[in-house]
Design a protein around this ligand. Structure first.
Ligand code: CAA
Length: 242
């Protein structure tokens, strides 16, 4: 069997970096996309040897060009992990249109922008694994995150519809819904909110590790996982059971 090629969006930092490394360690050929932090991407590349590709997942034309570069240099994409995401946390009564749009564009439009570039190839070859990273807050809602929760709930609908469209073509489409993981994104939450409001709600009593999310992705992209499609794998330390 040929070595499968995987593209991880937002794959040079946080949960995405852990997913890129886990896939590489499992023997996949990995390309890691990133949006703008050249310094972090350079460091990630130096440490892991994984090739990095800068393009904006909120921009359809940029995704078309970026995916074409990946496919020319690494190979046709068999596995897509739509992981790139941002937060602009603020309550709705203070939210600006820019804060709304930025989160919807990067966290939800991106699924169309990137997946659209690879889905025809996957259908033609009769194999594909797509994993979309959602969030506990798309499942249960969260103060200060109407934009983020709407996008992450949208990810779940996208996942199920695309799973149905491609179930007969050897392509699975699943979501992973992480809880609070110890990344820069979560460390940006005000310390007091994190300690007083969030940590007490996590039955395991700690934040998750990026590698604990990466394990879920590895499970879903396996050759043997062909009968798992349209599902959401929840990994949140028991904070929200669905
Ligand atoms: N859980 C429960 N209550 C929370 C909360 C949380 N995570 N965050 C804020 N609140 C509460 C505040 O304590 C406050 O309550 P009181 O009125 O009783 O004091 C109320 O909500 C509103 O707070 P503010 O008036 O201060 O509202 P604000 O407009 O200034 O917004 C905030 C503050 C932006 C919501 C800020 O508190 C914040 O950033 N909270 C954290 C939000 C959060 O959890 N984001 C997740 C980021 S990590 C991530 O997104 C990854 C993932 O997928 C899990």
């Amino acid at each position: 069997m040929p070595t499968r090629v995987a593209l991880v969006t937002g794959g040079t930092r946080g949960i995405g970096a852990a997913i890129s490394v886990a896939l590489r360690d499992a023997g996949y050929r990995v390309a890691a996309n990133y949006g703008g932090n050249d310094e972090a991407a350079r460091k990630f590349h130096e440490e892991t040897g994984i090739p990095v590709y800068r393009f904006d997942v909120s921009d359809f034309a940029a995704c078309r060009d970026g995916v074409a570069r990946v496919e020319a240099e690494v190979g046709p994409i068999d596995i897509l992990v739509n992981n790139a995401g941002i937060t602009r946390d603020v309550t709705l009564h203070k939210m600006t249109p820019e804060q709304w749009r930025a989160v919807i564009a990067t966290n939800l439009d991106s699924l169309f922008n990137v997946t659209r570039q690879v889905i025809e190839g996957m259908r033609a070859r009769g194999f594909g694994r797509i994993v979309n990273i959602s969030s506990i807050n798309g499942q249960k809602g969260q103060v200060g995150q109407t934009n983020y929760a709407a996008a992450k709930a949208g990810v779940l609908g996208f996942t199920k519809a695309l799973a149905l469209e491609n179930a007969g073509r050897g392509i699975t489409v699943n979501a992973v819904a992480p809880g609070y993981i110890g990344t820069e994104m979560v460390r940006a939450v005000p310390q007091e909110v994190l300690e007083k409001k969030i940590l007490p709600q996590i039955p395991t009593g700690r934040l998750g590790e990026p590698e604990e999310v990466a394990r879920c992705v590895l499970f879903l992209v396996a050759e043997e996982a062909g009968w798992i499609t349209g599902s959401t794998l929840t990994v949140n330390g028991g904070q929200y059971m669905i």
